[in-house]
Design a protein around this ligand. Structure first.
Ligand code: AMP
Ligand code: MG
Length: 424
């Protein structure tokens, strides 16, 4: 770590007074490492957890050829190319209850969706196409060989990798594991993330506000974002702008956690000793990022005996906390959690119906509402864009990410959006 931060500080494009969003994201991402440790869990308890080992399919899924439709299992060779074919009904096969015999020439079997294709049959004729008169089934011409048959192993083949290590398990993976008969999986241990807010003006919930105080909202947004990501959260509360209290909080955090998130106290001029303290307790870089909101930020490592934790010192403004979390912290924590591959936030272009004020030279993350009008997706900015206006985040469903080199945006121009769905 030490040598790495040094290495970065020698790189040509490293300017802590004006670091681009992309560069800061890359530096952070490259420096963090996945944490060791795993545990075994029942499939249902593994939702949102990160798979620690590849899951190999021990059998074909499905285990046998079966029907995709309700109808009749037939031998394609029996069917006349032109004109109808009359077949005799030899039995029935339901899902879970197979027809035991072998289908002979001129025979067919009534089959239900999921029913096992009987030996000898290779094609399914859907019931709506066939005409049944007791045991005589009339099939029209122009059926396709093999139609409506789901083949053994077409979902997963025995011996094939079913789910790769590093996958964060979603409902689809829980189902896939169950379809393989897997009841227990090995998952990475949860990432432990400690966080606290700094500021003498902050008041915790449950205490009446005194003059000049504000409620500490950052710990709630951080709690929500970290929980959504699948981390174990350690809430260390509000810490006064006092060196002894802050030092104790950093020690406590580094002793328990893999990562520490703080909010406030990283801007120049504001209680400078916090910056000094962070630097004293470990190796921490302070950056001014060419972005809005969220300019000041600290990143590094706090040492605690043989252990240590990565530090993300986020700005204090409530919107800036959320923006910096999604632009820098999210991907780094996913890497620490062992997620691989890591997908960036989805981003795509849509027309912006409102004018956006912006100065070239920095990235901006404005709050937007993505909406559909006559079948076309568009975005509009939420009202006030101040970095303390948390209601703009609540109203928004996406960030409008305006590139550094761009100036103000006129209505109708296209902009990048990053939807929040599933994140915020
Ligand atoms: P700072 O970065 O500490 O200078 O804080 C910047 C602004 O964000 C100030 O207006 C603070 O009152 C506000 N702020 C800092 N921390 C929090 C917090 N945890 N909850 C709500 N507002 C905060
Ligand atoms: Mg402060």
């Amino acid at each position: 770590m030490t040598s790495l931060l040094k290495q970065i500080s020698c790189a040509d494009d490293y300017d802590p007074e004006s670091l681009s969003v992309a560069r800061a994201r890359q530096i952070i991402f490259d420096l963090v490492e996945p944490v060791p440790g795993s545990e075994r869990l029942f499939v249902r308890n593994a939702l949102g957890r990160v798979l620690a080992e590849d899951v190999i399919s021990t059998a074909n899924v499905p285990g046998h050829d079966n029907s995709a439709m309700d109808g009749y299992a037939v031998r394609f060779a029996d069917l006349a190319a032109e004109g109808e074919t009359v077949l005799s009904l030899a039995g029935t096969t339901f899902a879970g209850r197979a027809f035991e015999g072998i289908l002979g020439p001129g025979q067919c079997v009534r089959i239900m969706t999921g029913g096992m294709i009987p030996q000898g049959a290779d094609t399914v004729v859907i019931q709506e196409a066939a005409r049944a008169e007791s045991e005589r089934i009339t099939v029209p011409p122009r059926q396709r060989q093999g139609q409506h048959v789901r083949h053994a192993g077409e979902d997963l083949r025995a011996g094939e990798q079913a789910i790769r290590a590093g996958k964060q398990l979603r409902p689809a993976e829980l189902g896939l594991l169950a379809s393989l008969g897997v009841a227990e999986v090995s998952v990475k241990r949860r990432l432990r993330v400690a966080f606290f807010s700094t500021g003498d003006e902050l008041c915790s919930l449950g205490t009446p506000l005194k003059s000049g105080e504000v409620y500490d909202s950052n710990r709630y947004t951080l709690f929500g974002m970290l929980t959504r990501l699948g981390c174990e959260v350690i809430d260390l509360g509000v810490v006064r702008d006092e060196p002894a209290a802050l030092e104790a909080a950093f020690h406590m955090a580094a002793a328990q956690a893999d990562a520490i998130l703080t909010s406030g106290g990283v801007s120049v001029g504001e209680a400078d000793f916090i910056r000094g303290l962070m630097a004293k307790l470990g190796e921490v870089a302070f950056w001014k990022i060419a972005m809005r909101p969220g300019r000041p930020m600290a990143f590094g490592r706090i040492d605690e005996g043989s252990k240590g934790a990565f530090l993300f010192g986020l700005p204090g403004n409530p919107v800036a906390v959320m923006v910096t979390f999604y632009q820098f912290v999210r991907e780094a924590l996913l890497k620490m959690m062992g997620v691989s591959p890591i997908e960036a936030l989805p981003q795509f272009r849509v027309p912006c119906v409102t004018a956006l004020k912006k100065r070239p030279g920095r990235s901006e993350f404005q709050r937007g509402v993505l909406f559909s009008e006559k079948g076309e997706w568009k975005v509009r900015a939420t009202g006030s864009q101040g970095s303390g206006i948390l209601s703009s985040m609540s109203e928004a469903n996406c960030f409008i990410a305006v590139e550094p080199d761009r100036g103000s945006v006129e209505p109708g121009e296209s902009v990048f959006v990053q939807p929040f769905e599933g994140l915020v």
